[in-house]
Design a protein around this ligand. Sequence first.
Ligand code: ZN
Length: 467
Amino acid sequence: MPSAIPPARPGVLAALFDALPADCIRLGAEIGVRHHTDWTGMDPQCPLALLLPRSTEQVSTMLRICHAHSQPVVAQGGLTGLVGGAHARAHEIALSLERMDAIDPVDTSGGTVCVQAGAVLQAVQQAAEAAGFVCGLDIGARGSCTIGGNIATNAGGNRVIRYGMARDNVLGLQAVLADGTVVGSLNKLVKNNSGYDLKHLFIGSEGTLGVVTQAVLRLHPQSCSTQCAFLALPGLDAALQVLRDARASLGGTLSAFEVMWPSFYAFVTGLPGMDRPLAGTHGLYLLIEANGSDAGGDAGRFEAMLSRWLEQGLIVDACIAQSLADTARFWALRDAVAEFPVHLPKRSTFDVSFPLDGMAQAVHAIDAEAEAAWPGCTRLYFGHLGDNNLHIVIDVPATQGRHAPEIEAIVYRAVGALQGAVSAEHGIGRKKRQHLSVSRTEAEIATMRQLKAALDPRGILNPDKVL
Ligand code: ZN
């Protein structure tokens, strides 16, 4: 349960104004409404103050003062989170890293780039590409989300199957602890086993253990060919075989494996302006993409693989992209989830993981329970199958989201029963706090609390989030 609202912290604002340039602190109406909530739109309120540092040193000064006054602080990046992790309440101070958006020149010898936390992901991607590299991170919110937020939430996304989660793309990291201590190193070494790797404490801690200020990202070689296809499959068993075979056949170039259930396909192809690449209704749909480095041979290998699957009955229909425009049209179907807030404003959404051998059972259990409770309700399933990650949208028409708690119970019951994860890539934030114990043991949660108490003894960093 959220703790009771603490009394105002006398003197904290005066101390901040004394120590910092006045334009680093905004109050009341000077704080844009953007900072009143995040993409969840939950519980908008104006924070006590908005801090806008220009340097790590200023972040350190701000936290040292807040620590001295036991003043709660909520770090904010691009505010694109979906679990209320960066939501600041009226008695909390929001600390936005948006002014710290510098991107150093790419180090082309090792393929790394050092960036400040407020750098927007898309700008980092562009800097990497201009230098002949690829940034491993990519999520739908790329135009607004920031590297600091990506790291603090260990963001996932569409390229995880190829390049891993945010955690796998960070070589070095600088963070500021609750008391203002600056820790971390801007390490560029791939191998560095010199004691505890502290960066992993901050990656995915959602701003509860420290504030990420700067990071060294590991970049990847650019590929020169893209193969993409939209496939129809008889069902999930076939998809799992296809996944295994694609990993083996494509020699590490498999870059996306996005599965869509028939209800999802029917829904998104019914939206205005959307293509319908495959006719008829099939058991499952798959958007598969490979990015390779053999422009001559990649297409042939990819098509031979699809022909083999067709002969084996693993796929029943296929539409192969002949151009980047085709590829974009396939992706538009998957990315149509961005329009769900408009078409299904009161929906319940889930970002969960299941072991692959339990995925079919999970979808079946959830679907059967939802249909029994609310016959004919909307249920859309899609996800990054290669990463165990299933996204679920459930909407009971004309109920204004009233059944959200029962829908959550159905989904998280399946997650618990099948040893899944209550959060695959969005984090825990405020929204999933009460469900953490579904996927973490008591001992794990107790250890998390010990870490929190050690690094933030006064509990000022993002209170009432995660734990
Ligand atoms: Zn996702």
